[in-house]
Design a protein around this ligand. Structure first.
Ligand code: ASP
Length: 441
């Protein structure tokens, strides 16, 4: 019998997880059962992915750079990557702004809904926590982000998944220095990282064997912890605008893939679908990164010289879905509270949402923290901040799941475009977890 493709297995796991979650909501003690017995399986899976993220970035970047024959190639890839990331993000924000201004979802929200949402969520510790976190970020100086990128201790950087940019910096620094000492002397180190890279990619294959079960657990726990459906319905129009914008982004990526790389966009979406489904289930581009890298390299054929730089950097700084959401959410909040936004304010949103998406961590809910900064930049009074966030909080998790899919798809698209532009888009070379199993079993 032909084996069922991985994305179908994951999809089936997701559907079962959602159905199971709804059943458990009806059963006495069902929520507790999911929290105690199901959720941990999802958490273990996410931990496994996070566990290999840093070794993978390190091994793959060092291998990628040391494979380059000259450093100018790296500069070329770097510049193209950053420019494409900025352009796609600005387009995402613009799509969000056009949609929210045309559809105006905030004008349809009744006073009663606003009061209900404010009473339910404005004192919520999670909302308050996001505001506090954002305030911490704002109080830093303009060059803080550069300072944060350079670690003072390589091992400390490698021991914290939140410091991915520092690890990327260290790996690039090491890789370039390896090039500079010459091929012969760099050989032992290169062999070490080549081998580590293969090993970690094999770990991805092994972890993915459990993906269908893990997404079952992840989605069942999202369903049992979701808010009551009345509130979700009140925010349907707002959520609809965000989701519609995100779908347009997927169409936009497909057009880019078809026109620039000359590949079939449906083929592209099929190849990266396991990464997209995991992005949806985990709400974290960082946790999804190992799978994105594996799919883009082995199943799409992007050379490691490109993917090893473009994808980890993209996971941390390129968040098209998040920036589109921030633009829609900011204008929606102003509309719902009856406050005006000038054209100049909307331009400010483009700029701050761009910077905010760069600054957002690739973890669940990070987009909302940076939304606070966007709201402040267009003059939302501090006392209205908790109310503003309360308005959108109830649907944040499902929207987070959707925007993370776009974040990951955007990274994969840019990896393909940059690879094509430097002649590094080759043919897929899929490896299975058991390729060498016969030799060792
Ligand atoms: N969860 C998103 C990500 O990891 C970030 C966000 O929008 O909150 O890409």
């Amino acid at each position: 019998m032909k084996k069922l493709a991985l994305h179908w297995k994951i999809l089936i796991g997701m559907v079962f997880g959602i159905v199971f979650g709804f059943i458990m909501l009806q059963v006495d003690g069902g929520k507790g059962f999911v929290a105690d017995w199901i959720k941990p399986l999802g958490t273990i899976f996410v931990n496994l992915l996070k566990l290999i993220a840093i070794p993978l970035i390190l091994a793959s970047l060092i291998k990628g750079i040391s494979d380059l024959k000259d450093i100018s190639k790296f500069k070329n890839i770097g510049i193209r990557t950053i420019i494409t990331y900025v352009l796609t993000t600005v387009i995402a924000i613009s799509i969000g702004l056009v949609l929210v201004n045309v559809i105006q979802p905030g004008n349809g929200v009744s006073e009663e809904t606003i009061t209900k949402l404010t009473n339910t969520y404005s004192e919520n510790s999670s909302v308050q926590g996001k505001i506090a976190e954002a305030t911490k970020q704002v109080s830093s100086g303009p060059l803080q982000f550069l300072e944060d990128m350079v670690p003072d201790n390589a091992f400390k950087a490698m021991s914290n998944n939140g410091l991915m940019l520092q690890v990327i910096f260290f790996a690039i620094f090491l890789g370039i220095s390896m090039l500079l000492i010459g091929e012969k002397r760099a050989k032992p180190m290169k062999n070490l990282f080549d081998s580590l890279n293969d090993i970690v990619l094999k770990m991805v294959d092994l972890i993915m064997l459990s993906a269908p079960f893990a997404v079952f657990a992840l989605l069942a726990s999202v369903v049992v912890s979701s808010d009551d459906s009345d509130i979700l319905v009140a925010l349907l129009q707002y959520a609809g605008v965000v989701v519609f914008g995100l779908l347009l982004m997927i169409v936009f990526y497909s057009i880019l893939v078809a026109t620039i790389t000359k590949k079939n966009p449906f083929w592209f979406l099929k190849q990266i679908s396991p990464a997209q489904l995991l992005a949806f289930s985990t709400s974290s581009s960082a946790a999804t990164l190992p799978v994105t890298m594996e799919r883009v390299e082995e199943h799409i054929g992007v050379d490691k010289e490109v993917s090893s730089f473009v994808l980890p950097v993209g996971a941390t700084i390129n968040m098209d879905g998040t920036s589109l959401y921030q633009a829609v959410a900011a204008v929606f909040i102003f509309q719902a509270l009856g406050l005006d936004l000038t054209f100049g304010d909307q331009l400010t949103i483009v700029l701050t949402a761009l910077l905010a998406s760069i600054g957002s961590a690739a973890v669940p809910g990070a987009g909302m923290v940076m939304l606070v900064i966007v709201l402040e930049s267009v003059g939302l009074p501090p006392e209205l901040l908790p109310i503003g966030l309360a308005l959108i909080f109830a649907v944040d998790r499902p929207l987070d799941m959707c925007r993370t899919v776009v974040n990951v798809t955007g990274d994969a698209t840019v990896a393909m475009i940059v690879a094509k532009s430097v002649g590094k888009l080759g043919e897929p070379h899929v490896k299975e977890w058991d390729d060498n199993y016969d030799e060792v079993k």
